[in-house]
Design a protein around this ligand. Structure first.
Ligand SMILES: [Mg+2]
Ligand SMILES: [Zn+2]
Length: 190
């Protein structure tokens, strides 16, 4: 079977507003404007959309997997209401001190996703707002994309971003619009 390309998204700071004190409840799960529209547009144009997110707040005891499932059920509902879909959401629930293989910038969740959904990561994008998102994208040979929502503004001049000319967008919606436009030129990898 031919492996397919995908758009993989970080969650906090890309789809919904990030919080320094963690997104701990459904009430705190607030969407960034047009992020759901962006996901729907990508899906409708044939891009499978995935989410890979660190949720160490679970391991830290700030919220549990049932609350996370509520947030994600709401997200699916809103995306599907616009004719979109999310293929799967992968998350690391662990406390950083466990040093697990699934917490970004470790590549564990990406490898699992690639295997389970036959995704070719080298043809795929990972959109994030932190330098660890850029790092993990590069570690799995995916195209890193930085958005300046969430924490992204802090990293626009990071040496890794500059060195690899990581494309920067003001928000997920802008990236989606560009990717789906006729003028999009896929980046060349070295
Ligand atoms: Mg983030
Ligand atoms: Zn983990």
């Amino acid at each position: 079977m031919t492996k397919r390309a995908a758009v993989i998204l970080d969650r906090d700071g890309v789809i919904n507003l990030d919080s320094d004190s963690y997104v701990k409840s459904l009430e705190e799960f607030k969407l960034i404007p047009k992020s759901v529209q962006a996901i729907a547009a990508l899906h409708q144009s044939g891009w499978p959309v995935f989410i890979v997110t660190n949720q160490s707040g679970i391991g830290r005891g700030y919220y549990d997997e049932a609350v996370l499932a509520q947030m994600h059920a709401q997200l699916y509902k809103q995306v599907q209401a616009l004719g979109g879909d999310i293929q799967a959401i992968y998350y690391c629930p662990h406390h950083p001190k466990l040093e697990c293989e699934c917490r970004k910038p470790k590549p564990g969740l990406f490898q699992q996703l690639a295997l389970e959904y036959e995704v070719d990561l080298s043809q795929s994008y990972y959109v994030g707002d932190k330098i660890t998102d850029v790092e993990v994208a590069q570690a799995v040979n995916a195209q890193a994309v930085l958005v300046t929502t969430g924490k992204g503004e802090k990293f626009v001049e990071h040496e890794l971003v500059l060195k690899h000319a990581v494309p920067i967008y003001t928000e997920l919606y802008e990236f989606a619009q560009h990717l789906l436009s006729d003028t999009y030129i896929p980046k060349q990898y070295s």
